[in-house]
Design a protein around this ligand. Structure first.
Ligand code: SF4
Length: 388
């Protein structure tokens, strides 16, 4: 599976971080010409149009970029960023206005990629020409909220355009060499697992032409019920089924297995604003969701934290994938400096830990214990040494 970081390192030579912006362009599905159901937009869409964490565009680009960089500076120390126009539909404006705005961003040194979230029905010939122009200056990513291809769900969520409009837009963007990212929502009410897998199959099929794959990406979301949405009203009247994290993970895994290796997976699960989230509650625990899904998809290897008794009765603590092999290395003087001068006699303790990071943390914890605490630990634990 290719992640955003892996893709950015391969394509642009470094990890990039998203700076989210809200250009307040609105959305045709929320009061414009294609508005359905009283112009209230997609049934799950919050007041902020999915841009609750975004920095408002003020017209002072230096200021806006600086503010966005300040917001992410605790998490990211790189020098280049993805300018992500996230909220609402970011090609829903006259093309001259779009050109002025986006040219200003792509020409900044700190911006490496311009990412534009929009709808297929907000792209016309003039806008494709503009995207092509921008893409010649800096890479442009276009994000489209397909969510599902099941006709009943398309009408339930009030997406406001048909699957063919998505297909046409995607083909055109691929032909222009634009990295095109499709958003998918899992567990829409009434969808079976087969329905969700069909949506992913549709995206994978479109990305393939004559055995080659276009530059395609995908973002997965768990359906979130957010306060202030019509989905929230429905859910409070008659709660519909939402899975636990474990079930979501299993379905996500099946979806990922349908994707060709070169489709970039930009997101495994949604990260909604906590103050708006009603259900499912597990989505709010970002760290747990991140760890669980990443371990499910790429299970960490088992490591062993071990304690060796040396010939002067001192105890040495270390970490290895294979403790027996490591013990022989210690005995032959090819292990640690300590065991070269304190000859190892026997392995007295092992503890299996998933993942190298956790194993190193556990090794450090044990090293902080007093000798009598270590002896207590040895007394209590059984012995595992791993496979050859
Ligand atoms: S297209 Fe996006 S911004 Fe518009 S109503 Fe749907 S989710 Fe909201």
């Amino acid at each position: 599976m290719i992640t955003t970081d892996g893709f950015c390192k391969k394509e642009y030579g470094e990890k990039l971080y998203r700076l989210s912006f809200n250009a307040h362009m609105g959305c045709p599905n929320r009061g414009g010409p294609v508005a359905v159901s009283s112009g209230r937009g997609c049934i799950f869409c919050s007041e902020g149009g999915s841009g609750e964490f975004a920095v408002d565009i003020t017209g002072d680009t230096d200021h806006d970029i600086k503010l966005a960089i300040d917001k992410v500076s605790k998490k990211f120390k790189g020098r280049h960023y993805i300018a992500y126009f996230q909220a609402y539909s970011n090609t829903y404006a006259p093309v001259d206005e779009l050109r002025k705005l986006y040219m200003d961003f792509v020409n900044r040194d700190e911006i490496a990629v311009l990412a534009i979230a929009t709808r297929p029905d907000c792209l016309d010939e003039d806008k494709y020409v503009l995207l092509e122009e921008l893409n010649r200056i800096k890479p442009v990513w276009v994000e489209l909220g397909l969510q599902t291809v099941k006709p009943e769900s398309v009408s339930y969520i009030r997406r406001g355009y048909d699957n063919e409009a998505y297909d046409r837009a995607v083909r055109r963007l691929y032909s222009m060499g634009i990295h095109t990212i499709t958003h998918v929502i899992l567990y829409l009410p009434g969808e079976t697992k087969q329905d969700m897998l069909n949506t992913v199959r549709h995206i994978a099929k479109l990305a393939a032409v004559n055995g080659k794959y276009h530059s395609a990406g995908i973002k997965f979301s768990m359906l979130n019920v957010l306060k202030g949405t019509d989905l929230y009203d429905e859910y409070t009247k008659a709660p519909f089924y939402l899975p636990e994290l474990e079930e979501y993970g299993d379905t996500l895994n099946e979806c990922l297995n349908l994707l060709p290796e070169n489709i970039v997976v930009h997101r495994l699960c949604s990260d909604p604003p906590k103050k708006l989230l009603v259900a499912p509650s597990w989505v709010a625990d970002k760290k747990r969701v991140h760890n669980y899904l990443n371990e499910l998809i790429d299970p960490p290897e088992d490591y062993y934290v071990y304690i060796i008794r040396c010939n002067d009765n001192t105890l040495y603590t270390g970490v290895a994938r294979n403790v027996d092999k490591r013990f022989r290395e210690h005995q032959n003087g090819r292990g640690a400096k300590y065991t070269r001068s304190h000859h190892p006699v026997e392995i007295v303790y092992t503890e299996k830990v998933r993942g190298k990071g956790r194993a190193l943390k556990r090794e450090y914890e044990i090293k902080q214990l007093s000798r009598s605490q270590k002896l207590d630990l040895i007394k209590k634990r059984k012995y595992e040494t791993g496979a050859e």
